[in-house]
Each structure stands twice: as C-alpha cells, then as structure tokens.
Design a binder for this molecule. Structure first.
Ligand code: ATP
Ligand code: LTN
Length: 332
C-alpha cells in the first residue's frame, strides 16, 4: 500500500446508528476515493467514550459500523479498515501531542462547548482533549487529505497547527493535512426541522433516516417530511424543506439538483416526497442486503479488522518511532 498515491484518513464514532446524512455526506464519498487514493477508514471507538457508553452497546455498534462501512462499498482489498483502539499508537501519540497543545486552543473548540452543554453531568478531560486524539489519528499516517463534513473543519485546523508547531520545534516530522470537503451532500438537513442538520442525536425520530431503516419506515418518514409554502419544486433559500429533499434525491440518483427540478416540474409535493422516499429506499436496499450477509459472516468481519489493524499498526509505528526519538525518549 505504500506508493505515490496521496493518503486519506477518516473516521466515524460508533456512538449511534448511521444516518442518511452520514451516508451521503461521508461514507458514500469515501467509497469513490478508494481507487485514486490510499485510504484508511477508522472506527474511532476511543473518541466515542468521551461521552458515556454502555459497554455492550459500544461493542455491538463498533462491529455494526464496520459492517456498514463494508456494506456501503468500502472494499478492504483497496482500503485499510480498522478499529482505533486496536492500534495503541493513537493513544501514545495523543499523550505527546497533549503536551504540545495549549488549553486556550482547546477551549475555543465549538464541539467541546456544545457537548459540554449537552452532557453537563460528564465534562471529562477526554472530551476536552478529543481534538488532540483526532490530530493523532490523522498525523500518525502522514495523511494528505481528510474527508469530513463542515462541522469538523475546526478540528482539522487545530491538527494542522499542532503539526506545524511540532515540526518547527523538533524539525520536520508530520505532513500537514488538508481538509477535503466533497461537493455533494455537504449538509443533509432534518426532515422535520430543515434548518437543523440531520443528526444521529435528533430527538425527533421522524427527522432522521437511519441507514438501516426498512423500506416502509423510509417511505413513511419522507411522506411526513416538512415542506414549504407554495407548490413549486425548486431549490431556494426560502424553501429549506424542498431544497433538502432535492439534494437528497439528486445525491441518491446521481444527478444534479437542476436535473431533479426538471424531472418534477409541474408535479405536486405529495408525489415528489413519495418519489424521494422510493429513491432513497432503493439506493439503500443493496446496503441492507450486504449488511445482513455480513452479519452472518463473523469470521470474515473479524479477518477484515485484524488485517486492517496490522497494516495500520505498521504504518503508525513508523511515525511514532520518529516522534519518540525527536522528543528525547530513549530507544528500547
Ligand atoms: P452527532 O449527531 O452525534 O453529532 P453526526 O450524525 O453529526 O453525530 P458524526 O459522527 O459527527 O455524525 O459525523 C460523521 C461524518 O458524517 C462526518 O464527516 C460528518 O461531517 C458527516 N455528517 C454527519 N451528519 C451529516 C449531515 N447531516 N450531512 C452531511 N454530512 C454529515
Ligand atoms: N471527530 C470526528 C470523528 C473523527 C475523525 C478523526 C474524522 C475522529 N478522528 C480523524 C476524521 C479524521 C467526528 O465526530 N465526525
């Protein structure tokens, strides 16, 4: 896997069921990068425990997330798929980077501010240093590009600052990563409150399509989707509901929003919502089938994450060794 291709690293936390937003905004884009880049796709279970997790649920969700990566088309023959806690270098580098990150930088992170509001009873030190672990994930692999949604840009910026400072102080060690924001599906919004992002933690279950929702549930949720005043099916700032449905439809049918608008010119909202629901259900149908197949093949799933951890561990150890030497640790 070591060649001239640029390297990509990304990850999702196993903190809830994947949504259509995660699928359109993240995972389906990852699958398209596999031929042109050397990709590492991680399940960041160590990040997930910054908020309380039930251990049995975390175990189940970690494996289910891995199976969802594969079911969506991440191919372990092309990409390195692994579980963060299987590569101890992530936590080891995080300690060193913690000692090279300022409290002031971390207290500016909006995700920390938001999460400390929503988890006021558990504002732990891990929640605060979360972005340092994320910087370690990225920097360990000398990553060129990090595909993420907008909400993660501030963390990538911090990873760049930490790397630049480290390189300056200890001499060149880390590649400076760039964010990679895909053009399509940057922000899929809630079906019930289209002003808000579709999110795993939406308290209204009708606002959010889960990747594993069955066909009837998907269609029912789209039928109930909030629309806007007027009757035209066009994308515009005063029509957040219709605009969101158009971007979902165009993403799952691989066309532009303009093409979708043309297809529905003159049609009513009811027909349109049903068509979007059907298009999403049929796009997710092969994902569901593959997920069920993988669930019945535990040995294969295990072989994927074991092989992934081996390769990731090898790549990570090269960077960590360099870092240990630079900061002044004695070689074993
Ligand atoms: P939470 O609800 O717990 O904040 P989330 O659903 O926002 O979680 P994350 O695990 O934070 O999901 O994100 C995983 C990836 O999916 C990130 O790259 C993120 O930018 C992307 N993503 C999440 N929600 C959306 C969305 N609604 N539209 C587009 N991309 C999204
Ligand atoms: N913070 C990210 C998940 C994440 C990640 C990473 C993404 C952890 N480490 C490294 C890209 C690269 C999130 O909440 N979406």
């Amino acid at each position: 896997m070591e060649n001239a291709k640029k390297r990509i690293f990304s990850g999702v936390q196993p903190s809830g069921d994947l949504t259509l937003g995660n699928y359109i905004g993240a995972i389906s884009n990852w699958t398209k990068l596999q031929d042109d880049y050397e990709c590492l796709y991680c399940i960041v279970d160590q990040h997930a425990i910054t908020v309380r997790q039930d251990p049995a649920d975390l175990r189940r969700r970690t494996l289910e997330l891995l199976m969802q990566y594969l079911a969506c088309g991440i191919d372990p023959e092309k990409s390195c798929v692994f579980i963060q806690s299987h590569v101890s270098a992530h936590a080891e580098l995080a300690w060193i980077l913690n000692c090279n990150t300022q409290m002031g930088e971390l207290s500016r992170m909006t995700q920390f501010k938001d999460k400390s509001k929503s988890h006021a009873d558990n504002i732990n030190a891990g929640l605060f240093t979360y972005p340092v672990l994320m910087a370690s994930d990225i920097l360990l692999y000398q990553t060129d590009l990090v595909p993420v949604g907008h909400d993660q840009l501030q963390h990538i910026e911090l990873a760049r600052d930490i790397a630049t400072r480290f390189n300056h102080y200890y001499s060149d060690t880390f590649k400076i990563p760039e964010p990679y924001i895909p053009k399509v599906g940057q922000r899929i919004m809630s079906l019930q409150t289209p002003e808000n992002k579709m999110s795993k933690s939406d308290p209204n279950p009708n606002g959010c399509i889960k990747l594993l929702d069955d066909t009837d549930t998907i269609i029912r949720k789209f039928k109930r989707a909030v629309t806007d005043s007027g009757s035209e099916i066009v994308a515009s700032p005063d029509k957040p509901g219709i605009t969101n449905l158009l971007s979902i439809y165009s993403a799952v049918t691989n066309q532009t929003v303009e093409e979708a608008e043309k297809e529905f010119a003159g049609k009513g909202y009811g027909d349109f919502k049903l068509a979007v629901g059907e298009a999403v259900a049929s796009a997710l149908d092969p994902v569901h089938k593959e997920f069920e197949r993988l669930k019945a093949d535990k040995a294969y799933v295990e072989s994927v994450y074991k092989k992934g951890a081996e390769l990731a561990g090898y790549l990570a150890s090269k960077t960590l060794r360099k870092v240990y030497k630079k900061v002044g640790f004695i070689a074993k």
